[in-house]
Unconditional design. Structure first.
Length: 115
């Protein structure tokens, strides 16, 4: 069982990126999913989460109105649309599947916002 992220990259301030998270060997829509990020020298923080049905989402205050988490259950994936990116959004973004206990983490995808 694996969580695999994709879609990171380099972008200028004000730009957009979309991250995707796929869950192998399990049906993703059975689980709550979330995105977290970790900037250099800082602790990992929750960015956005969505419940298994896709009916409830939550966001860090710093990304509200700019980021959108959504499910594409037919594709067994979760996406994070990021708009109006700022330098403070730079970091490694991790997808997490809430399987109970510690859950399952992906390896991360790097997002760098540079001017």
């Amino acid at each position: 069982v694996q969580v695999v992220e994709s879609g990171g990259g380099l972008v200028q301030p004000g730009g957009s990126l979309t991250l995707s998270c796929a869950l192998s060997l399990l049906t993703l829509n059975d689980y709550g999913m979330s995105w977290h990020r970790q900037a250099p020298g800082k602790e990992r923080e929750l960015v956005a989460g969505i419940n298994s049905r896709g009916t409830t989402t939550n966001y860090a205050d710093s990304v509200k109105g700019r980021f959108t988490i959504s499910r594409a259950n037919a594709k067994n994936s979760v996406t994070l649309q990021m708009k109006s990116l700022e330098s403070k959004d730079t970091g490694t973004y991790y997808c997490h599947a809430d399987l109970g206990g510690p859950g399952l983490w992906g390896q991360g995808t790097q997002v760098t916002v540079f001017s």
